[in-house]
Design a protein around this ligand. Sequence first.
Ligand code: PAF
Length: 290
Amino acid sequence: MKVVKKISLMQKTVDKLRCEGKSIGFVATMGALHKGHIELIRKAKKENDIVVVSIFVNPLQFGPKEDYKKYPRPITKDLKICRDEKVDFVFYPSAEEMYPYRENLTYVEVSKLQYILCGKYRPGHFRGVATVVVKLFNIIKPHKAYFGEKDYQQLKIIQQIVKDLNFDTEIVPVATLREESGLACSSRNSYLSSSEYKVANSLYKSLLYCKDLILKKKWNIKKCIKKSKEYLSTLLSEIKHKIQYFEIYDTNLNIVNDDISKISPKTELRIFVAVFIGSTRLIDNIGFKI
Ligand code: PAF
């Protein structure tokens, strides 16, 4: 496995591999690799000749009050995981390499999609994600890139960019990997205290609860959301928490009719939740057909 820190070398390397007819699979990460990332890497290994993993904590996608500085950076452990998974290249640039001082004037924005859900509460976040992903695609030039459904809005934004800007890269969505308790795997789970960790699967429980209300009670969407938020608050009552949002969209992030009887059958719905557990912000979502 080679660790590449320079953009020009990474580009030269992938150009050569492409000329040799090799297919390139790409997993973009901010490090602090967990089982969810490993799942992405394994899928990429199965489907491509060469796998590139990027490890870059992207300053552009963190708000001024967010956890950029404290974001975990266990690079030795991350490289070991990549080595064990037989990754071919780790692209591990510095912030200066990716954003030379005062030189970055171009940003990628995806209107509509970047303003809802997390975008409403994290202004600039998806602009940061979109910009770095486009940069990474131009550096790695992957045939296929793998993104987890845990960050469903991110996945949809990246799919939109690829379509709108004609990137020759296939985006492969990968189902959310969960702990046995149902808690979605996330690098931020490492911030949780043991008492917080014990109840962190409440997000997932509340999503399943909401799905059940929709499918079995067939109440309107607003009522299902209200009841699910109450249920979630009860599950988290022992712990300091704040529900940031609990919302339902269709699979393409369009607003759905509040009256379930008016939603056409076979529509796929997605329920989204974001909660602060203590000072840790966790998100989760599930999809299902009505
Ligand atoms: O999902 C992430 O870890 C990041 O948002 C990504 C896609 C690597 C961009 O920095």
